[in-house]
Ligand binder design. Structure first.
Ligand code: NAD
Length: 295
């Protein structure tokens, strides 16, 4: 029997997150503080350019002091470190985000660790990751934080549920797993994390009450890999050729939506799902950082 799944609408949830920020931004403004976010983009990766445009647009809508520093792909590591250091010293900047991936001659991790942890609104600094793992307050990396917001908004329980996460990246899979095992609301789940070295991954995915796909492989989660009635969260944003579209490509997730949706009880679309949440949580982390700056 096909289900009529709930479509988990990232547009609605991200809007609700942004609305929740307005009052806090007004309080900050009344104290003379305007949340300041600076994004550094090195090079011309088309997907990164599009993400950065969206971050720029959204922070402007909320009245942030927002700036994008666009640097040539030939920028040296030393030059980039200097930029970050200048922003670390600038009290009007509460959030610094260096868009990844960086050109090959620059060490991503070195740059991440050069950001002042108090301004690490992406939540990638080892200090932020360590606090997350320990269950301490801090900046939670934006995509996993956004997925939790979707679960909260749609009242999807995680306690006692078996969550299977596909992908072990530092920005999605690992923090997601660590958040879901925390002893608190939106946690208390039993988590299995599968990856490229997992033999017969579908043995695990078929047992998931909640399946989170973050592998970056277009539409590879098919209906036969999903349990009837599962909640399916598709993190993937993959560009695939589409000669019929004006741009020559279309965006698809890691989940084969057409076959999986009828088997699921709830599912995120791509686009229109998790992607919108990531930017909303970045704004939220920036407001939090601005608030921290006057504590
Ligand atoms: P990544 O390449 O860093 O990590 C992918 C992970 O998936 C790796 O750990 C790898 O082991 C695993 N993997 C890859 N192929 C697999 C397979 N066939 N079977 C099992 N595991 C496999 O990617 P990432 O940065 O975590 O991003 C994953 C996807 O999510 C990408 O499509 C990316 O564009 C998207 N993404 C979306 C958002 C958003 O805002 N929605 C944010 C970040 C990433």
């Amino acid at each position: 029997m096909p289900n009529n799944p709930i479509i988990l609408n990232g547009k609605l949830v991200s809007q609700s997150v942004r609305e929740g920020l307005i009052e806090r931004i007004n309080v900050l403004k009344s104290k003379g503080i305007i949340p300041g976010l600076t994004v550094i983009l090195v090079g011309e990766d088309p997907a990164s350019q599009s993400y950065v445009r969206s971050k720029e647009r959204q922070s402007a809508i909320l009245g942030f002091k927002s700036e994008v520093i666009r640097l040539d792909a030939s920028t040296t590591q030393q030059e980039l470190l200097k930029k970050v250091e200048d922003l670390n010293q600038d009290d009007s900047i509460h959030g610094i985000l260096v868009q990844l991936p960086l050109p090959k001659h620059i060490d991503d991790q070195l740059i991440i660790e050069s950001i002042n942890p108090a301004k690490d609104v992406d939540g990638f600094h080892p200090m932020s990751v360590g606090r997350l793992v320990l269950g301490l307050d801090g900046f939670v990396s934006c995509t996993p934080a956004g997925i939790l917001e979707i679960m909260k908004y749609y009242q999807i329980p995680t306690e006692g549920k078996h969550v299977v996460i596909v992908g072990r990246s530092n920005i999605v899979g690992k923090p997601m797993a660590n958040l879901l095992i925390q002893k608190r609301e939106l946690g208390n789940a039993t988590v299995t994390l599968v990856h490229t070295r997992t033999p017969d991954m579908s043995i695990h995915t078929k047992q998931a009450d909640i399946l989170i796909a973050a592998a970056g492989v277009p539409e590879f989660i098919t209906a036969d890999m999903v349990k009837e009635g599962a909640v399916v969260i598709d993190v993937g944003i993959n560009r695939v050729d589409d000669p019929s579209s004006e741009k020559g490509y279309k965006l698809v997730g890691d989940v084969d939506f057409e076959s999986v949706a009828p088997k699921s009880s709830a599912i995120t679309p791509v686009p229109g799902g998790v992607g919108l949440m990531t930017v909303a949580m970045l704004l939220s982390n920036t407001v939090k950082s601005a608030e921290n700056s006057i504590k």
